[in-house]
Ligand binder design. Sequence first.
Ligand SMILES: Cc1ncc(COP(=O)(O)O)c(C=O)c1O
Length: 411
Amino acid sequence: MQATPSDVSEPSQQSTRPTAPTEQGISTTSVHAGEARQKSINSITDPVVLASTFTFENTQALIDFVENREDRSEYGRYGAPGEQVVERKLAALEGAEDAVLYASGMAALAGVLNSMLASGDEIVFFDECYHRSREYCRTYLSKFGVVTKEVKTGDYDAMEAAITPNTKLLVSESPTNPQMSVIDLDRFAAIGKQHGVTTIIDATLATPFNISPIAHGIDLVMHSATKYMGGHNDLLAGVVLGSKELLDPIRKLRGVMGPVTTPHNCYLLQRGLKTFGLRMKQHNENGMAVARYLEDHPRVERVWYPGLESHPYHEIAKETMRGYGGLITFSVKDADWKQTAAVVDRAKLARIAPSLGGVETLIEQPLVMSYFEFTPEQRVEFGIEDNMIRLACGIEDSADIIADLEQCLAE
Ligand SMILES: Cc1ncc(COP(=O)(O)O)c(C=O)c1O
């Protein structure tokens, strides 16, 4: 059985995009995958095990564990029962062999980079990647001799030209944020394979509900599970997914460094994932409805949403995505940054906050929220316009989100 996400996202009949990778429907997978049918103390939910260490009955039990005859927990930094359930569930959703869970999305990315890169190695980013990801490489990994290159998002020739014998990793998001550019995953994967360079896609904005990078040949996928996967703006988590072979050293380093998720957080994430399919369907429907509304609004200059025919990456989006998510960026016509801020400040339903993917609709002006410390020239370079607003649609009724925007844009 294949997943059948929202058809409000207007999939093309001829689309070659892969279906969701799970054998069961995506909602069935979200609810059941990774969990034992019968759990300890007969509870239907997995118990939250608040233990930093795990005991051994005797020395022979310890030897059985050390010699890999016994699959069990030893110490929280190396893995915990609740964490393993969530990792199995996320791997099933992604169609990946394995998953490594982290305390945040940034910890997941840093875990991959620290494990894969050494002094003299190079990494190439598409330049619309999350600015903290690029900052981590440019400011911190550079201290250890790692060289970071950035090329224009979607310029595959430039990416290829940036590859040298020292290049170890090609990185992009899809879609990017806030421009919502969508990557041609087949092409990205092919460049990596041709040059023997590992590819990683940060698919936080799409989730496995909407894209399947591994089915396109991408080596590693990562998500900030803080967003749609947790889904309730109440936890931080991150995950990296791919083959066991690639993930084994990454997992080992996590065990050394310790950026693990707490048992309580794991439980919240597992619980959030139970409604993943339902929530994503609603995020996709709201995103499409609100993007169409904004596109027709006389005070709106431009809307960036890959589900709209007007988006420069719409054709690639139709080929690679099953739905387009809840994040929309738009610009206010003839408005300077203060007039744009006034539109944001009139919101009554949407809350002013960073992040996305939770049940509550959030609104922000990227210039103020994330790029205030940068010069106007740098903002132009990043594609951040003064009159941009980023709206992360929650799962409320789209009519109510639209009514809120109507009064925001009324004056
Ligand atoms: C696309 C993307 N990747 C990674 C991250 C980092 O995730 P976290 O905040 O969970 O560390 C974010 C968060 O803002 C993001 O938007």
